[in-house]
Design a protein around this ligand. Structure first.
Ligand code: CA
Length: 222
């Protein structure tokens, strides 16, 4: 999953980018509200974390503009401690959730996981389940019938994306856009390598190839 972080406090942003990378998210970081308006609407983010106090343009106006332009990406806002007015204005402007600074990194992690499941209509799953597999996002491993299967960081990223999009045909370029940040060179052949590794660990049928279209995870016969 690919996230946009808009935060002008550099030490905090650095900390969040590394924590989110460790959790298997590709993260693009911006510090300015004007830059965020454009990039949030032009890149295919799965979720946006938006600070409200920003240079360039306040986060609230950025969010209002995105929503007015029809952007439906889940947005989690970061608000100042004790500012209930900010939280209310943020929710009215179309935020999906908020966190008050300072916050514990694990709380951000859990809220992001929940928002991403909710956005995919999987709010009823406290843990991701699909095609007989159970994904532990905290420990980055998967289990089937109680047997735990270890994953590399790249395999975990890919499997999580598949499990959030079961039975959908996903092209290699689509997967690359959602698994790598804007700084990394996107080589869609790498996706093929990781798909083959997942098949070796989880069985060939778990990911089907649709010739000329891409991959399909789970579903009948899968
Ligand atoms: Ca700020």
């Amino acid at each position: 999953m690919r996230l946009l972080l808009v935060e002008d406090n550099v030490p905090l942003a650095d900390e969040l980018v590394s924590a989110l990378n460790r959790q298997g998210y590709a993260v693009d970081w911006l510090a300015d509200g004007r830059d965020a308006i454009h990039q949030g609407a032009s890149e295919p983010y799965d979720l946006i974390v938006l600070d409200l106090g920003l240079p360039g343009l306040p986060g609230l106006e950025v969010l209002q503009k995105w929503r007015a332009d029809g952007l439906s990406t889940p947005v989690l806002i970061l608000t100042a401690r004790g500012s209930w007015a900010e939280r209310i204005e943020g929710l009215k402007a179309g935020a999906d959730d908020y966190l008050t600074k300072p916050f514990h990194p694990e709380e951000l992690q859990l809220r992001i996981q929940a928002l991403l499941r909710r956005a995919r209509g999987l709010a009823n799953q406290p843990k991701l389940e699909a095609a007989g597999l159970h994904l532990d996002e905290g420990r980055q491993c998967v289990s089937r019938d109680g047997d735990e299967i270890q994953l590399t960081a790249a395999e975990f990223r890919l499997l999580r994306y598949f499990m959030l999009h079961p039975e959908q045909i996903l092209s290699k370029s689509h997967l690359a856009e959602h698994l790598y940040d804007g700084e990394n060179e996107r080589d869609s052949n790498v996706i093929e390598v990781h798909v083959n590794h997942l098949r070796r660990k989880l069985g060939r049928a778990v990911v089907q190839t649709r010739r000329g279209q891409g991959y399909r995870f789970g579903g009948s016969g899968g």
